[in-house]
Ligand binder design. Sequence first.
Ligand code: UDP
Length: 358
Amino acid sequence: MADRRIIILGCGGFVGSHLTERLLADGRFEIHGFDTSDTKCSHLLGDKNFHFTKSYVDASNTEKMLGGILGDAEAIYSLAAVCNPAQYVANPVFTIKSNFIHAYSLVDLCTQHGAWLIHTSTCEVYGRTVASYLPDNDYSNPDLFEQREDETPLVMGPTVNQRWTYAAAKALFERYIYANHTENGLPFTIIRPYNWFGPRMDFIPGRDGEGVPRVMACFMKALLDDQPLQLVDGGKAWRTITYIGDAVDALSKMLDVPKKAKNTFFNIGNRANEVTIEELAHLMRDVYAEITGDDAYKSHPIEYVSGEKFYGPGYEDCDRRVCDVSRAERLLDWKAEVPLRDTLRNTMAHFHDLYGQK
Ligand code: UDP
């Protein structure tokens, strides 16, 4: 019987749609989902345990939208966010408003109701690594770059580099949650995702959206449209790619071990899947050759572009993100399982099925 009420803000987004799908399949949960769009969760709308409201929940209507149902909810997941580096630089005001100003009243309301707020933050709050400022740093020692939830400092570039608008807004939001926990007893969990990839991620420009999406969708568009893959600043940055199925495992497991999951922070990533963006480009070409059966994709052109040209002035990159996930493994009995190649194959096959020409 579905008698455990869960609220999901952002159920129509990439992460939200996968989490909603997972919790509905479990059968024990009644989901109240909110989003401005139902495109990514339209296949779930017929489920009798899914109650969808098409709305943006912001500071002006938090109480009206959630006040009546929050008291009986076991947990509220907040997943709605602008999380696309091109927007941090091109629309910095919108980035700060949507990630902090429109959202902070949710923390107040959860505090008022004593409701468990499970908030998806970002690994980007760690910013750049301290080691990146060392003169002879050559990135050869991963231990120098490991990020631990309660120990690693959050290092952001100067205010004029607007890349950090997102990280700064998210970091302040985390601090607002934590302050309400310590002062007013708010039960919370903060999740820091490490490059979660999977079907329904982002948008493909010219197909189902406009603008510059994150790297997977940029490379996918280039492969679909026979354009070169563009490597920003040489593709030297590192990322830890995590399959969305592994990520929603961690998110959903929290509900069954609330005592362990509450009042702490979790890095959720797959350390075994660490690559440079240059390596990612090569791998995506190979995987696309496999998907299409066309070996020509293995040598698909790659071109080099500066961060300033690609994103505009004020772009600065996170250099490396090595996640320590021992807390999630220990407390949630969770482990990321899906290797990088399978993650890319599942993700790219989804977009190829939707938009592939050949
Ligand atoms: N990037 C790239 N080519 C693209 C898009 C992004 O080389 O077409 C790089 C970007 O500069 C960064 C990395 O890929 O180093 C990951 O960027 P993404 O937009 O996925 O988001 P992030 O991980 O920085 O939040």
